[in-house]
Write a protein that binds this ligand. Structure first.
Ligand SMILES: [Zn+2]
Length: 317
């Protein structure tokens, strides 16, 4: 419990930070056990196992399907996800290649994520993030030889040059841009469904701080210069390998706002009353509930968000 409690207290905060669906208190990753293959084998024999096919998890409509280890069949890679310290239950993922034909038992985390319990969400983001990385790193990036899984899935090893390869996570900032009248600026990307508007986001570049990235990305996509950058929270986003770091920022000059015409084709300033009306008339389609963007917009909107801001849960145009 000592290991878990700091995570609990950091995420169940006073309400200043966002309550994000894929960033919940979860099980202890028990990283000290990754170096003990005998102990990992022992844990496997009482484990609950999440089957991962490519980037899809085995799931019923509203819960992960977790198998007993004896039900696991065929060739795959085994990743240790951790232990629930409250009951001693260990969890693993079993990663098999992507299915060649669609199988309704396997769904993406985007589709099922909003329905999962905190425990399940923690297991699923860990498993999918690991699986996505392992899937595209079968070879050593230094010498080209095949690599193998080690440390319970936490690394891959090249036996030829003895190099270790660690899973990567790509940081991206996402920004709630406000003006001095507390309106927010939203943008539309041409790849999104019609009428979908969301916040501005982009990958952190090498040598750049999160705050610098916030200022650069907002200026590039919307033409607006922001200041007063403050942190709102973070959420793993393994599609395929990101973590979204959320900020809000303020602009004192709305006159420069202009869509870049490439990544963002339309921008809109909205007040709360305009937001309520636009969502009701389907003139604005909000981002899905699982996303950081949706939580940021609800956080800004404040009381009544659950009732007034409905819809938007489709990912597809
Ligand atoms: Zn190598």
């Amino acid at each position: 419990m000592l290991v878990v409690s700091p995570i609990m207290s950091a995420t169940q905060n006073s309400g200043r930070l966002l309550n994000l669906m894929l960033a919940k208190p979860s099980i202890d990753r028990a990283s000290e056990l990754r170096t003990d293959p005998v102990k990992l084998d022992e844990l496997w024999k009482s484990a609950k196992v999440l089957i991962l096919a490519g980037d899809r998890v085995q799931s019923s409509s509203d819960a992960l399907v977790l198998l007993d280890w004896t039900q696991v069949q065929g060739e795959g890679e085994k990743y240790f996800l951790g232990i629930d310290r409250t009951d001693g239950q260990s969890y693993f993922a079993w990663h098999v290649p992507a299915l060649e034909i669609e199988d309704p038992r396997f769904v993406t985390l985007r589709e099922v994520g909003a329905n999962l319990s905190d425990l399940e969400a923690g297991l699923a983001v860990h498993a999918v993030a690991l699986g996505n990385w392992h899937r595209v790193h079968p070879m050593c990036s230094r010498c080209g030889a095949p690599t193998r899984v080690d440390l319970g899935g936490a690394v891959r090893i090249c036996d030829l040059d003895e190099s270790q390869h660690h899973p990567r996570t790509d940081p991206a900032v996402i920004v709630l841009v406000k003006d001095e009248d507390d309106r927010i600026l939203l943008g539309h990307q041409p790849i999104w469904p019609d009428k979908r508007f969301s916040n501005f986001a982009g990958f952190v570049e090498p040598g750049e701080s999160f705050e610098q990235c916030v200022v650069r990305e907002v200026a590039e996509e919307s033409g607006v210069v922001v200041h007063s950058v403050s942190y709102l929270g973070s959420q793993p986003w393994p599609f395929p390998a990101s973590i979204m770091i959320a900020f809000e920022a303020v602009t004192s000059d709305v006159s420069t706002a202009l869509a870049d015409g490439v990544e963002i084709t339309e921008i809109r300033w909205v007040s709360r009353s305009e937001m309520k009306a636009a969502v009701a008339s389907q003139d604005i389609l909000l981002p899905p509930r699982i996303s950081v963007a949706r939580r940021m917009i609800e956080h800004w909107y404040g009381p009544g968000a659950n009732e007034d801001l409905q819809g938007g849960d489709s990912w597809r145009p």
